[in-house]
Design a protein around this ligand. Structure first.
Ligand code: PMP
Length: 367
């Protein structure tokens, strides 16, 4: 097969970054200024780095219309650090907030609750009801006990390929969401949540940074046992700079936020993402069962499209041929097998079109 003219990387993360951002990044990050330093060589206590932090925060606040009573932190590390940070900050044994409610929707929510169980009494308040097609737990049936410190959901299950079509109403109990793999893919009503977190390597920038958006009243919880870098209150007091912030990732994130705004903001992202996902699911659904998507239609992820070959013995061949056709990183997560195409903001329609064309050809040759 001749070498492909374009190569499309469908990795689930670290994922493809926007071409326009990469084109700007060299100049922004690696050109020495009059002070003899590049953007990633300056002290984080200085005005230059603080200005970048401020502009990243302002851009994100505008994109998401984050209300004034929330704080935005750019912290070092991944979403898994937040699996511990959330209970360490939000539990308050002195006021009986010892229990944390978790919804079990798949791989990442289970990882989150395993970590939380080190610090909290975990109550699994919802899980998939065992129907044949997989789905996120139905939100209408939740009864979150009022004594819970918080209720945690994984908004989009990157591995399983499913997402919540609506948010649960958890009453007085703050709703906490891991939004790692759907963050900035569509508008999000921040006011529905007490706290949200997303690691960067999907739709924000390179790995090594996590965005935390936290409602101010939750910063008043004592967080006595939280190590300082994981303590939201201390980090908020010091603008996320209690230790060295991930300067390069913040710079790149600021460029990504700017790129999203230039393209029309989150509504524009959502429109394109919906189109990309609809085209790919349609190709799967109209393949006469050659390809199958195991997720209930209303709960299908727009960002991580999971699918399988009805004849699983063809999966390796599919992956080899796809790679030769310039379509890379389509292997499903080892826990669920099959195939997965991650369609974050930086994946253009052309990449999805190329995948769909390949899938049709592969079916013709192997069906
Ligand atoms: N939550 C979700 C939904 C994820 O997709 C991932 C990573 N794929 C994580 C948590 C873990 O993130 P990290 O590797 O940044 O710790």
């Amino acid at each position: 097969m001749s070498s492909p003219s374009a190569v499309w990387n469908f990795a689930s993360g670290p994922a493809r970054l926007p071409d326009a951002v990469l084109a700007r990044a060299g100049d922004v990050l690696f050109r020495r200024g009059a002070d003899g330093a590049t953007a990633i060589e300056r002290p984080f206590t200085g005005t230059a780095v603080r200005a970048v932090l401020e502009s990243a925060r302002e851009r994100l606040t505008q994109l998401l219309e984050i209300p004034a009573n929330y704080r935005v932190l750019f912290l070092a590390g991944g979403a898994m650090q937040q699996f511990s940070a959330v209970p360490l900050n939000l539990l308050d044994p002195d006021s009986d907030l010892r229990t944390a409610a978790y919804a079990d929707s798949g791989y990442w929510s289970r990882r989150a609750m395993q970590e939380a169980a080190r610090f909290a009494e975990v109550s699994v308040i919802a899980r998939h009801d065992g129907r044949e097609a997989l789905a996120a737990p139905a939100v209408g049936k939740w009864h979150v006990p009022t004594g819970c410190a918080y209720c945690h959901i994984t908004a989009n299950e990157t591995v399983d390929g499913l997402a919540y079509p609506a948010w649960p109403d958890t009453g007085e109990v703050p709703l906490v969401a891991d939004v790692t793999s759907c963050f900035l893919s569509a508008p999000l009503d921040i006011s529905r949540f007490g706290l949200l977190y997303a690691s960067a390597q999907k739709n924000i920038g390179p790995s090594g940074m996590t965005v935390v958006i936290v409602r101010e009243d939750l910063l008043r919880r004592p967080a006595q046992s939280a190590p300082s870098p994981l303590c939201y209150r201390l980090q908020a007091e010091q603008d996320g700079c209690i230790n060295t912030p991930p300067v390069m990732a913040i710079h790149l994130a600021a460029l990504v936020f700017e790129w999203i705004a230039e393209l029309g903001g989150l509504s524009a992202m959502a429109e394109t993402n919906r189109r990309k996902a609809a085209l790919l699911y349609q190709a799967i659904d109209s393949s006469d069962g050659f390809y199958t998507a195991p997720i209930l239609v209303a709960h299908r992820s727009m960002t991580n499209v999971r699918f399988h070959l009805a004849d699983d013995s063809l999966t390796e061949r599919f992956l080899i041929d796809a790679e030769q056709a310039g379509l890379t990183n389509l292997r499903g997560h080892r826990h669920v097998g099959g195939l997965r195409a991650s369609l974050y903001n930086a994946m253009p329609l052309a990449g999805v079109g190329a995948l769909i064309d390949f899938m049709k050809e592969f079916r013709q040759s192997n069906g």
